[in-house]
Design a protein around this ligand. Structure first.
Ligand code: NAD
Ligand code: MG
Length: 389
């Protein structure tokens, strides 16, 4: 049996992991689960998975969690040190599925020789990708991408040597506003933006999918995961979300990863690699689909992509700042404090204000740059309030 810990166990990815574990009885046992603030959900998850330890990020929720777990034999803790404990307990695989840069310190704490990180948290790689990958290599920790596009690319890359890769293409669904005019998009309220056509995911990544910032973050994520220069990566809109990623080789061959849009598929790959496990994930039926379509992303209506590309090319602290400003702006949008284009306006203004400096060389460096960017973004936000620009 493989031993598993799940950071972000109560979220959307956490739920997909639970579905998979139910599909594969006897293959995995759960050591630790961690969540943000929802005591009842975390206690229910810990009991259902028969975990040994549960950690909640909210330092004030420790007693409530212990009470909710009373009689279960599951020990628990609260606050940052409990998250670190959850990450560091003995496990073969740690699923990193906390949302946002909050997942960076626990994920790096999980690094250990021979351990595998099933990485869903893309913000880790955006905020501190160079450090993150170097540190994982230094510690002999394997990083496997859960993000569907990167997982597809990881598998497609097995077809040839890295030096023969000409181009890597990530697909984007285009989000709920793919066919809307700029004026309509400017008026979009969170309820509209939260209606993703293909995927059911947490709120933050769903808004990122609506702005296309998600694809921008994913280009940066891919650059670090696959260690190729920025110009080798491209994004194409593919509304069916069936082809997730493609690798073009120097001889003209292209390999691609296809699957139905169901996160169980890449998670199963990460848990079982290099083996495969039987799952109840949705199966691909090409005839039922009939056709697959592709189009260029419209950077006029979706400025996030160009912002992310610029940060990617800058190769310093810019991506850390972009990520922090985006997290602040998405939260403000969800709270109704700014309009839809206020998100990318805030990111652009924050990058204008404090861009510059080397890429973070440690978790502390990344968190310091993140905090500075959050303060700047918070000051800039009111400029984009009320009126949707
Ligand atoms: P979610 O909002 O559904 O779940 C987030 C999880 O993180 C929850 O367990 C929550 O309790 C926990 N959390 C939140 N804040 C925390 C904090 N400060 N400290 C500790 N835990 C905290 O999000 P999700 O959709 O599951 O996404 C998780 C990560 O996976 C994100 O980085 C996202 O980009 C990535 N991802 C998700 C999907 C998907 O299909 N949902 C696909 C690809 C990548
Ligand atoms: Mg993705």
């Amino acid at each position: 049996m493989k031993r598993l810990s799940i950071l972000g166990a109560t979220g959307s990815i956490g739920h997909s992991v639970r579905t998979l574990l139910a599909d594969a009885p006897g293959l995995y046992e759960v050591e630790a689960v961690a969540g943000g603030r929802d005591v009842a959900a975390l206690a229910e998850t810990a009991r259902a998975l028969n975990a040994r330890f549960a950690a909640i990020a909210d330092p004030a929720a420790g007693r409530a969690l212990a009470e909710a777990l009373a009689g279960s034999g599951i020990t628990s803790g609260a606050g940052p040190s409990a998250l670190i404990e959850a990450a560091q307990r003995e496990a073969d695989v740690v699923v990193s599925a906390i949302v946002g840069v909050a997942g960076l310190a626990p994920t790096v704490a999980a690094f250990a020789p021979g351990r595998r990180i099933a990485l869903a948290n893309k913000e880790c790689l955006v905020a501190a990708g160079a450090f993150f990958m170097a540190e994982a290599a230094r510690q002999g920790t394997e990083i496997l991408p859960v993000d569907s596009e990167h997982n597809a690319i990881f598998q497609a890359l097995e077809a040839g040597p890295r030096k023969a890769v000409e181009k890597i293409t990530l697909t984007a669904s285009g989000g709920p506003f793919r066919l809307r005019s700029r004026e309509e998009i400017a008026r979009a309220v969170p309820k509209d933006a939260l209606k993703h056509p293909n995927w059911s995911m947490g709120a933050k990544i769903t808004i990122d999918s609506a702005t296309l910032m998600n694809k921008g973050l994913e280009l940066i994520e891919a650059m670090h995961l696959f260690a190729l220069p920025p110009e080798r990566f491209d994004a194409v809109v593919h509304p069916e979300s069936v082809v997730h990623g493609l690798v073009s080789f120097v001889d003209g061959s292209v390999t691609a990863g296809l699957a139905m849009p169901d996160m169980c598929v890449p998670i199963a790959h990460c848990l079982a690699f290099p083996d495969r496990i039987v799952t109840s994930c949705r199966r691909l039926d090409l005839v039922a689909l009939g056709r697959l379509t592709f189009e260029a992303p419209d950077e006029g209506r979706f400025p996030a992509l160009a912002l992310a590309r610029a940060a990617m090319a800058a190769d310093g602290v810019a991506a850390t700042i972009l990520n922090a400003a985006n997290e602040v702006a998405v939260a403000a949008y969800l709270e109704g404090r700014i309009g839809f284009y206020g998100i990318t306006d805030t990111v652009a203004a924050t990058l204008d204000r404090i861009n510059g400096g080397p890429a973070p060389a440690s978790v502390a460096d990344a968190m310091e740059a993140d905090a500075q960017a959050r303060r700047a973004a918070a000051v800039l936000l009111p400029k984009f309030s009320a009126k949707a620009s």
